[in-house]
Design a protein around this ligand. Structure first.
Ligand code: EPU
Length: 339
């Protein structure tokens, strides 16, 4: 176990904000986690659990305890001719798992290639890209209840997954800390290639659709659209894509015939790309203080070099106000604000 006081978090948030935590505690296994959870001082303090900080916006220094897991390990728990089930420690890097699955010829993780972050956080957030969400391959999630210190295994249904949501998302309401996840990968070809333009791009790069080709194509699309965190700190999509009623959508379509949309869960609703709404409001490439809107993808806010968390939050607020004024749509941050 590692315990640090007044700990710099610059390398633990991908916005690279130079904030500090009063305490930073890293545990290596479930027993250590349980010791922490039972500790009286810990129970009195504010605390949050982080992964690699790729979805966090620190508004200030954090005057509490930041918990971080280093539980690693990837084990094949079950294997048949058709499928394999992997049990994975929460601190494993998600993209290492995607790369490993592809190297073994297992299908299911390839569309999620290149998504930053650790496996525990990926399961909290239900990461998704190019027509696939983690929930599509999650088999179960192991988690400790912060209050009772009991261990639970949640089936996929029990995780209550939907778009960028799970029962683990709101730590104050759902006091679980994920220690391991299980994913099920298929041994027979099972591609998901319906996402706009994906199939064309794969075929253009690789004659014949093969697993490494899908990964490579997705990594290059991401490289083209998303900022390199080494150049500009960022947390991927800042807002979720809003889901609006079909009625609302039809009204907008009458005024903006080019408005794009995707199907959402349910016939009465549609998902609209927030990036398009933000771009229409003139924010693509805009900046305020040290914060900016990425010039190639308006859904991504970036640290131009010396942003504070407040700079980023203020720019996000300007965007929300403008989008609401013009489209009567309230954008919800995907990024979690701390402080
Ligand atoms: N668009 C614009 N202008 C922009 C950005 C987007 O007009 O500046 C429009 C275009 O019409 C484009 C459409 O929005 O066709 C969709 O854009 P894109 O394919 O880049 O996807 P997105 O909806 O902006 C979502 C996820 C991403 C994921 C991609 C690919 C959310 C909040 N974001 O972005 O996930 O990689 O689809 O599947 O759902 C993340 O969550 O951090 C993330 C990067």
């Amino acid at each position: 176990m590692r315990i640090e006081e007044h700990f710099p978090l610059e390398n633990h948030n991908t916005f690279r904000l130079p904030v500090k935590a009063r305490w930073f505690i890293e545990y290596d296994n479930e027993d250590e986690l349980l010791r922490i959870l039972r500790d009286e001082y810990f129970r009195e303090c504010d605390s949050i659990h982080i992964g690699s900080g790729s979805n966090l916006l620190f508004l200030n220094d954090y005057n509490g305890i930041i918990l971080h897991s280093t539980i690693k390990g990837v084990n094949i728990e079950e294997e048949t001719d058709q499928a394999v089930i992997l049990r994975i420690g929460a601190a494993e890097i998600w993209d290492d798992i995607a790369a490993f699955a592809i190297s073994r010829g297992w299908y299911g993780a390839e569309n999620l290639s290149g998504i930053p972050g650790e496996c525990g956080a990926a399961a909290v957030q239900n990461i998704g890209a190019y027509g696939v969400e983690l929930k599509d391959i999650i088999q179960s999630v192991e988690a400790c209840d912060r209050n009772t210190c009991e261990k639970h295994i949640f089936s996929r249904e029990d995780c209550r997954y939907s778009y960028r949501y799970s029962r683990f998302k709101d730590e104050s309401a759902t006091p679980y800390i994920i220690t391991h996840i299980r994913i099920r990968l298929s041994k027979s070809p099972a591609f998901t290639l319906h996402y706009s333009g994906l199939m064309e791009q794969i075929v253009a790069r690789h004659p014949g659709i093969i697993l490494p080709g899908v990964r490579e194509t997705i990594l290059s699309i991401r490289k083209e659209k998303l900022p390199d965190p080494a150049q500009y700190g960022n947390a991927g999509s800042f807002f979720m894509n809003p889901v609006i009623t079909v009625l609302h959508f039809e009204a907008l379509k009458a005024a903006y015939p080019n408005i794009p949309s995707f199907p959402a869960d349910g016939d009465m609703v549609k998902k609209v790309p927030a990036g398009w709404l933000i771009e229409q409001c003139g924010f693509r490439g805009a900046s305020k203080g040290g914060a900016g809107v990425y010039h190639k993808q308006a859904l991504i806010l970036v640290n131009l070099g010396n942003a504070s968390g407040q700079d980023i939050a203020l720019l996000a607020e300007d965007i929300r106000t403008a989008v609401y004024k013009r489209f009567s749509i309230t954008l919800t941050p995907e990024v979690r604000y701390i402080g």
